[in-house]
Design a protein around this ligand. Structure first.
Ligand code: HGY
Ligand code: MN
Ligand code: MN
Length: 402
């Protein structure tokens, strides 16, 4: 079988059938689209001879037993997408894991293997993410079950309604000594491999992330009668800060800072804005630099607010540290790639970020056309996906954690 063509066929099918209508793929966790995806992925796992079940966190698990007493090697990624996202982000790692096990067939392996399709990596529906890997790593905070989506549905109710078991999550922590490691194959979502004319690349590490809510406060008034002098326009302050973010980010090598959400009140064309809240996201492979950059940005924001006669406050709403891929486990992929795989950091985060709290992680990137992702035109070629399946199959056959 041409594993790359089969991967392309499967990913096209699941994109077309397990998504809300509209451009690109929209498949949020614990929805009808997720349920359709579960059915399709179950077929992939069964074709690979895996025993399939959904765990309490809504992760679909396909398991192939290994020799008695052997450790388990985990392979996985996420089934969910961003709204209007691509057909490869996340789900490709699940498809390629199943195909590699199909390719291996019943050749003897030194480990048991599980393919994991995690429910929610993007954190779009609920203001949290990575529940599946965090439950396995024992780092999941039960408090997040109370978080609500835009319709007021709690994560607890959505999970229970989907067939998960919110009250059984605490018992799901895997024993680290039984796990040989976690491998994640993922579309690069950036332009590096394409620029290097490389189909595949080994990930050195995954960036850390920090999200902060910044609030600028002024005073509202009639847009037609309040003179320009002395206004305390919260949007003027916020816009002044947003305009400076790119320049501030460039002061730190490799740092990325983005303002992707902004809310204005009262939000009327004839009323001076008296409150603006925005979300600043800062990413870096170096946590200390990220911390320094956030502190400096907060200082600059306060100065800008003061110049506009406005108040200012900032609070952290999310953070996850940078994680390094395990050199030994990465080397298994490198050797299976016959040694000529380029290496690169990941500016996107992945389920592997959370799995790093349980076991060694390694990631293999697949070239991404034009570096485009989180968009309907995200694309990985069948040839490159076929090369990834071959590398993973060779790695599985050679891998011996003893
Ligand atoms: O935000 C990220 O990097 C990932 O796509 N969730
Ligand atoms: Mn994504
Ligand atoms: Mn992803």
């Amino acid at each position: 079988m041409d594993w790359g063509e089969e991967a392309a066929r499967r990913l096209t099918k699941i994109a077309e059938t397990a998504s809300l209508p509209g451009p690109g793929v929209t498949r949020l966790p614990f929805t009808e689209e997720h349920r359709v995806a579960i059915g399709i992925i179950t077929g992939w796992m069964e074709a690979a001879g895996l025993a399939v079940q959904m765990d309490a966190a809504g992760t679909l698990v396909g398991r192939r037993e290994g020799p008695a007493g052997s450790k388990t090697l985990l392979i996985g990624s996420h089934q969910d997408s961003v709204p209007g996202g691509g057909a490869y982000d996340g789900i490709m790692g699940v498809a390629l894991g199943c195909l590699a096990l199909e390719a291996v067939k019943d050749r003897p392996l030194n480990v048991a293997v599980e393919v994991l399709a995690f429910a929610d990596e993007e954190g779009v529906r609920f203001p949290t993410a990575l529940m599946g890997p965090r439950v396995l790593a024992g780092t999941f905070d039960d408090g997040t079950l109370a978080m609500q989506d835009r319709d007021g549905v709690t994560l607890r109710d959505a999970l229970a309604g989907f067939g998960g078991e919110p009250d059984a999550l605490a018992q799901m922590k895997r024993r680290a000594e039984e796990i040989a490691g976690y491998l994640e194959l993922h579309i690069e979502q950036g332009p590096v491999l394409e620029r290097e004319d490389a189909a595949l690349g080994l990930v050195t590490g995954i960036c850390g992330i920090e999200r902060l809510e910044l609030r600028f406060t002024g005073s509202t008034g009639h847009a037609g009668t309040v003179p320009m002098e002395g206004r305390q326009d919260a949007l003027v302050a916020a816009a002044g800060f947003v305009a400076e973010v790119p320049g501030m980010a460039r002061e730190w090598d490799g740092l990325r800072a983005t303002v992707g959400m902004l809310k204005v009140s009262p939000g009327a064309p004839n009323a001076i804005p008296d409150a603006v809240s925005l979300v600043l996201e800062v990413r870096s492979e170096r946590d200390a630099e990220r911390g320094a950059a956030v502190a400096e940005m907060g200082k600059r924001a306060a100065e800008i607010a003061e110049r506009a006669g406005c108040g200012f406050e900032m609070a952290q709403t999310y953070q996850q540290p940078a994680v390094l891929c395990d050199p030994a486990l990465s080397d298994v992929l490198a050797r299976a790639g016959q040694g000529d795989l380029p290496t690169l950091p990941s500016g996107a985060t992945h389920d592997a970020s959370a799995m790093a709290d349980l076991c060694p992680i390694a990631m293999l990137f697949v070239r991404c056309r034009d570096g485009v992702s989180h968009r309907p035109d995200e694309f990985a070629s069948a040839a490159d996906m076929g090369a990834a399946v071959d590398v993973l199959a060779r790695a599985l056959i050679a891998f011996d954690p003893a």
